[in-house]
Design a binder for this molecule. Sequence first.
Ligand SMILES: [Zn+2]
Length: 428
Amino acid sequence: MTWYYRVFLIILICLKISISNAWAQFTLTNFNNYYSYINCIISNEKILQVNNIQFTSIIIETNEKINEEIKVEIFTENGKPLFLISKFFDNENNREYKYSTGLHSFNKTLNGIKINFGNFEGQVKISFIYSPKHNLSKDLKLYKFNNPCDKPLMISYNEWRKGLPDPKPPREKTKVEHLVIHHSAGSNSDTDYINTVRNIYLLHTQSNGWDDIGYNFLIAPDGTIFNGRDPIGAGDDDEILGAHFCSKNQNTMGICIMGNYMNQKPTDEALFSLKYLLAWKLKKAKIDANGKTLHPKSTGSLLENICGHRNGCSTSCPGDSLYSELNKIRSEAARIADSCGLILDVYNFKLTPKIFLFPNPSDGKVYFNTANIEANSELQIFDISAKLIKNIKLQSQSVTELNMPKGLYFYKVLTNMSVFESDFFIIK
Ligand SMILES: [Zn+2]
């Protein structure tokens, strides 16, 4: 190989390295002391470096669904790089972008970041949150447990919010019928939970522009419960309208399990606190843990009283692993509530006449108008000796015609909810 050919080859290699390492172009927007962000398009330049910035958490968001991991390199004060591998998941809380890495909080203030986007191409938004450090007052322990029938002990907003901007009034009260479970979709490696809650609060208030943190309660992996939304004098914290259920927040209470539970199971400690918090609320609001109620109230469809975010909104929240625990959570919360003396009304919602029988008495033909009945409900007809003589699957939105011999009959309607309506009718 001739010398000039070698030089040419070396130049070519250097050129290739410099192309693959080129910095992506971006503009950093400083919204305020707590929140700054970058909107940029990642194409040929895969590495983005930001210096001279102060932040305690980061979230990267996009509308391009990618499965591969991105490598995030973070510079700390002592120059030691910290690696964080992150994947994109369904974003939480109706943000502008559909997918995100979740909010990753750090135990200390960081001042630089280098992100390697690998094969990723497309538009991203990188949000930086800065929460000034707050240490829990000395007399407060994080996780505490009291009488299982009382309201669980929790860290109040007055404590965790110290030094941060106040939430904005006014507050609205709501009659809670649904207890909605979320995950924060954030990192599972955060260990300074009070710091994580502060960062979530700042994300919701500064970046989302909400009046307060969206959830009524948050539960850390060590079982610590945090008060969420501040009632600001409007009532109890569990009855305050939140921002967590795709604009259908009326009659709901939101509980967020901190962390990402798509592939990882929640800790026993977090589940323990969740069950006792649910049981307390079931008893207080007389909610049937295994029941369903219309949501939105009166116009919506039946929704489990204890449900996941995904049951009412287009999201994978609270993650596959936490979602698969919901049946167990429901029955255990019900058991605790029962043992604490929960007495439910016979049924949790009013039996409005859904079936309409006419004429009554009749000369032979009788009609059942089932316009308001759920599909696959059953109509059972009994004679005077209580013998079942007909069992008919009802079609919703229709009128069912029956020809009956003379006599007195009873009918019963069984819906998916096992709620029945019964009455009698006479064929003359
Ligand atoms: Zn959610």
